[in-house]
Design a protein around this ligand. Structure first.
Ligand code: GLA
Length: 430
């Protein structure tokens, strides 16, 4: 098309697309006002990799103990994790003693955490990190340890007195909606009342789903992030199902996410056993697209240099942490199994992910029209495109009516970033 024709077409299309954009961007929901999680929290969480080994004589290197967390804290600093943003070191289930103490307080297992939680928190803080802990809204945790039901205020005070910075609050053994919803709200207020800054991670919508439709506007007023879907496993099928569930419900999910409140598709399992290299790239790219909390569950003592570099990739982390805080969404899925996702970033930039969901054959070509991106605005009139994953490279300048062709490995992803070029600077390209 001649430059004049392109400009005329653009003049007609742009107002229509801008209206569409306006209709799509519902008023942001009110977030929990604790001033925390203005970007998705980043850190490490023990569950997927270490589960519930409580017998340290059996497996001293992998049991849930203060030693494990101190080792991870050391590595988070010495191996550069903290410096790229992984800040929260989080304990999951199975840290507790089987009963509360004489005053009714939760206590850590004395054999596995002999120094106590306040000491562990001090250690973690001395490294410039923050400590996360786990409890449950019902009368037992999922693994059968004491639950917080009936003790919400006391438990919040206990965690604050230890110097805890994040609480993952699970939803096992909450059989009624009243208990579940009431419990999550009460704990949120109780944490607030302690006066300590404690990020509040909820599994409220996941457990509510089997009882009734979760009210996300309400959830966002009480939680900093929340799990919607099944526990993640170290397997492609699990990552795939999480992505499918998220894109199926993306209209509800993306309208609610933003600074202070995030959808949590669960832990990053990169660096473990189950994902191929391309699948690890897909998890990292799509968790960045989804503005997901980046909580790794892996063994930082044994991680390949490639997985480490992927998890520490600053360009991908910058997309995840983009201050605009808009969650990305899938814009198309074609009959060949290709998915095209986009995420609006600050300054008119967009992150674009092309996922090849085929599990047969080799790398396949995917060709797409840049005018489709960002409701027609991402490359309008022109943009520069940077490939970020699998490798970083500059794809040059493009105008809004051009096509881009990429090759994507089976189950892999190409992650790109478009940066808008203003009309006055784009004359040479149009
Ligand atoms: C549930 C949660 C998991 C983990 C386990 C611990 O299944 O969804 O993330 O916390 O409980 O028992």
């Amino acid at each position: 098309m001649a430059a004049g024709g392109a400009r005329r077409a653009r003049r007609l299309l742009v107002p229509a697309l801008a209206l569409l954009l306006l209709l799509q961007s519902a008023r942001p929901a009110k977030a929990l006002e604790n001033g925390l999680a203005l970007t998705p929290p980043m850190g490490w969480l023990h569950w997927e990799r270490f589960l519930c080994q409580t017998d340290c004589s059996q497996d001293p290197r992998r049991c849930i103990s203060e030693k494990l967390f101190m080792q991870m804290a050391d590595l988070m600093v010495s191996e550069g994790w903290r410096d790229v943003g992984y800040q929260y070191l989080c304990i999951d289930d199975c840290w507790m003693a089987p009963t509360r103490d004489m005053q009714g307080r939760l206590q850590p297992d004395p054999k596995r955490f002999p120094s106590g939680m306040a000491k562990l928190a001090d250690y973690v803080h001395s490294k410039g990190l923050k400590l996360g802990i786990y409890a449950d809204v019902g009368n037992k945790t999922c693994a059968g340890f004491p639950g917080s039901y009936g003790y919400y205020e006391l438990d919040a005070e206990t965690f604050a007195s230890w110097g805890v910075d994040l609480l993952k609050f699970d939803g096992c053994h909450s059989d009624t909606v009243d208990l579940l919803v009431g419990g999550y709200k009460t704990m949120s207020r109780a944490l607030n009342k302690t006066g300590r800054s404690i990020v509040y991670s909820c599994e409220w919508p996941l457990y509510q789903k089997s009882l009734q439709k979760p009210n996300y506007t309400e959830i966002k007023q009480y939680c900093n992030y929340w799990r919607n879907f099944d526990d993640i496993y170290d397997a492609w099928s699990s990552v795939r199902n999480t992505l499918d569930w998220t894109s199926l419900h993306q209209d509800n999910l993306t309208s609610i996410a933003g600074p202070g409140g995030w959808n949590d598709p669960d832990m990053l399992v990169i660096g473990n056993f189950g994902l191929s290299w391309d699948q690890q790239i897909t998890q990292m790219a799509l968790w960045a697209m989804m503005a997901a909390p980046l909580l790794m569950s892996n063994d930082l003592r044994h991680i390949s240099p490639a997985s480490k570099a992927l998890l520490q990739n600053k360009e991908v982390i910058a997309i995840n942490q983009d201050p605009l805080g808009k969650q990305g969404y899938r814009i198309t899925k074609d009959h060949n199994g290709f998915e095209l996702w986009e995420r609006p970033l600050s300054g008119g930039a967009y992150a674009i992910a092309i996922v090849n969901r085929q599990e047969i054959g080799g790398p396949q070509a995917y060709r797409f029209f840049l005018a489709f991106l960002g409701n027609g605005l991402a490359c309008n009139p022109a943009c520069s495109i940077q490939q970020i994953l699998p490798t970083s490279r500059n794809l040059g300048l493009h105008n809004w009516i051009s096509f881009l062709k990429v090759f994507v490995n089976p189950t892999g992803t190409i992650l790109l970033k478009t940066v808008l070029i203003e009309e006055k600077h784009s004359l040479g390209i149009l």
